[in-house]
Ligand binder design. Structure first.
Ligand SMILES: *[C@@H]1O[C@H](CO)[C@@H](O)[C@H](O)[C@H]1NC(C)=O
Ligand SMILES: *[C@@H]1O[C@H](CO)[C@@H](O)[C@H](O)[C@H]1NC(C)=O
Ligand SMILES: *[C@@H]1O[C@H](CO)[C@@H](O)[C@H](O)[C@H]1NC(C)=O
Ligand SMILES: *[C@@H]1O[C@H](CO)[C@@H](O)[C@H](O)[C@H]1NC(C)=O
Length: 269
């Protein structure tokens, strides 16, 4: 019987007593090594790694013949010593179930992995929505946002400590990642994470409260932003004007000296 017929037969027969599925998360573009437990049977006719049940990655017969499927040539490395398979440069399409099976006297599934390929998470933004100050406390609400999701949380500080209303806030984003806002040593942290990467932004609570301490209650962030922006603008305009003036003076001086030189030359002639 040819290898492909045996492979075909193996795929049709449901494996008895399958092993537990192991979850594996891989960053897009990375490699993954899928291993087989030590107790893998040593005497088999055929060993096969499959993807999503029906796609064969690699087959290995007891007589030492190794076949790698066309779609996987150059992308998989099979170890004839321990039957592990290394998949290279994983892309989103490679997410799915990988199964190692042997056939001989009986069919047996000896390893099963649920591989999930994830890309890096997008950056986050952490911005105050409102800050209100009273004589002995500061209460602020911030919003932590990503491109497709956001979460708000409220914090209160007395003269000594700060606390988060309702504790940690978190949610699962539309793309299946997790967005979390929490407090660590008076620092608000916004963390966007999946199983392979995370991004974060932090801000000191006291900085936000201090920024508002000099202002009366209820003054909006907008006003502060406007003031900061205006001061920045005035400085910028002043710089531009002075550079312009200096340039003009320099030019005038130059012209003056060249005029003078002309006069002197004329006098000499
Ligand atoms: C199996 O073989 C591969 C490739 O040679 C190696 O990287 C891996 O560490 C081995 N695993 C075990 C459990 O020996
Ligand atoms: C493989 O199976 C997984 C889960 O069963 C599924 O989400 C995925 O789309 C399948 N991949 C392909 C390429 O068929
Ligand atoms: C937070 O404070 C604790 C105790 O004061 C300290 O051990 C820890 O290193 C601090 N963590 C950070 C991230 O600053
Ligand atoms: C962000 O969250 C991820 C997942 O929970 C965690 O591994 C990582 O350490 C967190 N980063 C920070 C700075 O807290």
């Amino acid at each position: 019987m040819s290898l492909s017929v045996i492979l075909g037969l193996m795929l049709c027969i449901e494996a008895p007593g399958s092993s537990a599925v192991t979850d594996v998360f891989v960053k897009r573009g990375d490699d993954v090594l899928l291993e087989v437990m030590d107790d893998a049977p040593k005497d088999f006719d055929l060993f096969v790694w499959t993807f999503n049940t029906s796609n064969v990655l690699v087959g290995y017969s007891s007589v030492g013949v190794q076949t790698v499927s066309e779609g996987y040539t150059g992308r998989v490395e099979f170890s004839v010593e321990n039957y592990s398979v290394k998949l290279k440069n994983l892309q989103d399409d490679d997410s799915g179930v990988y199964t190692a099976r042997v056939t001989g006297y009986k069919q047996q599934t000896i390893a099963e992995y649920m591989v999930t390929v994830q890309g890096p998470v997008s950056p986050v933004d952490l911005n105050p929505d409102s800050v209100s100050i009273s004589s002995d406390s500061c209460k602020l609400t911030v919003t932590c946002s990503t491109e497709d999701s956001h979460i708000s949380s409220t914090f209160t500080c007395d003269t000594k400590t700060c606390s988060q209303e309702g504790g940690d806030q978190s949610k699962v984003t539309n793309s299946g990642a997790s967005l979390r806002v929490h407090l660590l040593n008076d620092t608000i942290i916004c963390n966007h994470s999946n199983r392979v990467s995370w991004t974060q932004k932090k801000t000191q609570i006291q900085d936000l409260c201090l920024l508002h301490a000099g202002l009366s209650d209820g003054v909006s962030i907008c006003l502060v932003k406007t003031v900061v922006f205006s001061v920045g603008l005035i400085i910028m305009v002043s710089v531009v004007i002075s550079v312009h003036l200096m340039e003009k003076i320099r030019k005038q001086n130059k012209q003056f000296s060249s005029n003078q030189m002309n006069i002197e030359l004329n006098l000499l002639q």
